[in-house]
Write a protein that binds this ligand. Structure first.
Ligand SMILES: *Cc1c(COP(=O)(O)O)cnc(C)c1O
Length: 394
């Protein structure tokens, strides 16, 4: 028998790349992911157990119960989907759009664009209302569009992470109900950080992610839907065209049947249970207040350093601040300096705001006075070194 020649993973050149996995320590003050809470990391590092083990099934119920509290809803179908926020976003389109279904999407940033892209792929009859990146929609504008377009679904992003806008949602749920339309909300950067009342605001379906407000690593995306949405789902004429994200199948695993669908990422579910437990222990209103207070501290601090914020205070997003890069400053240079020399990540602008703003996130565990002080100090002492005109003083 000839010996098989295996491709070598390690040779002299790449040997050094394959030392034991090491990751530098970072403070993540960008648009996400945010740092995971140390207790979440402890939970994540436990040994996996079977996804049909009764101990795991009971943990799933805890996660669902804690999620209902965090969403402020009583929806039976409340679960963390496997995958990042975009997975639950796609689930909310794939399950509720059949070819030719009318959807109205209110788009005011990058994530509105992503919803539009997904709705197109699932062959929706699409209407879009649009605002510049940095503005929000008024109640009247939304009401008018829903009444004239008569969509089956109205979709909007609550916290637009690309522009730093918090969209007020008051009253929209009632407009949707009057017009026989489902109200779909992207709550990726608001769940577990900002006031969000799924039942009271009459939101029919919503999704989020684990790595922003919930102090967990990326990998799960909480989803919830009420009876109106369940009814719509059960009246589909065609199969959900996406097997992995089919909520009627997922419901059999997360509902009372516990029928295997796919192997749950069990460790991520340990982690999210812990992240949600920490929120419940702190109390939801305390969590919201903490995020608001630390964001205000950041805004005041930046303004007193002479910097300008991109979004008007009326609808500025506490979890993600867009601050204008001063005209004489090398934005990428400063950002890289913070990362390389201080281990702090802030984000560049996305899309049309690239090079124009930095994005500073204060989400979950990372929303603390200490972190705000640390960042403001660095803006104070380091930013002048990145002024293009004053580079000789560096
Ligand atoms: C981050 C984000 C998403 C996408 O989530 P991923 O976890 O990156 O897939 C969707 N919507 C908004 C508003 C976001 O901030």
């Amino acid at each position: 028998m000839t010996e098989a020649k295996l491709i070598s993973a390690l040779n002299e050149e790449n040997l050094s790349h394959f030392s034991k996995t090491y990751v530098p320590s970072r403070l993540l003050l960008g648009p996400g992911p945010s740092n995971a809470h140390p207790e979440v990391l402890n939970a994540l590092s436990l040994n996996p157990i079977g996804h049909l083990d009764e101990a795991y099934i009971s943990l799933m119920s805890d996660v669902q119960q804690l999620l209902r509290y965090t969403w402020q809803c009583n929806n039976r179908l409340t679960l963390p989907m496997s995958g990042t926020g975009s997975a639950a976003m796609e689930a909310s389109i794939a399950n509720f759009i059949e070819e030719g279904e009318k959807i109205l999407i209110a788009k005011k940033g990058y994530f509105g664009d992503r919803l539009v892209d997904m709705a197109t792929r699932y062959k929706a009859d699409l209407s879009v209302m649009e605002k510049p990146w940095g503005e929000s929609f008024s109640y009247d504008e939304i009401k008018y569009e829903i009444e004239t377009k008569k969509p089956a679904i109205f979709a909007i992003v609550h916290a637009e992470t690309s522009s730093g806008v918090l969209q007020p949602l008051d009253g929209i749920g009632d407009v949707c109900r009057k017009n026989n339309c489902l109200f779909l909300v992207d709550a990726v950067t608001s769940l577990g950080a900002l006031k969000l009342l799924i039942d009271e605001w009459k939101i029919d379906l919503a999704y989020s992610c684990s790595q922003k407000g919930l102090s967990c690593p990326p990998g799960l995306s909480p989803f919830t839907m009420n009876d109106r949405a369940e009814e719509k789902l059960s009246s589909r004429k065609t199969k959900v065209p996406n097997w992995y994200l089919d909520l009627s199948l997922l419901n059999k695993y997360w509902g009372s049947d516990r029928v295997y669908h796919h192997t749950a990422p069990v460790n991520m579910n340990f982690a999210i249970r812990e992240g949600l437990r920490l929120i419940a222990n702190e109390g939801l209103e305390n969590v919201w207040n903490r995020h608001n207070k630390n964001a205000k501290k950041l805004w005041n601090g930046l303004e007193s350093l002479g910097m300008e914020l991109h979004v008007s205070e009326d609808y500025r997003l506490p979890t993600l601040t867009t601050v204008k890069i001063p005209p004489a400053v090398d934005g990428d240079g400063f950002r890289n300096h913070l990362l390389r020399n201080f281990g702090i990540e802030i984000g560049n602008g996305l899309g049309e705001l690239s090079g124009k703003v930095w994005r500073i996130g204060l989400m979950g565990f990372n929303s603390s006075e200490e972190n705000v002080d640390r960042l403001l100090n660095l803006f104070d002492t380091e930013l002048k070194k990145y002024s293009i005109f004053e580079s000789s003083t560096f």
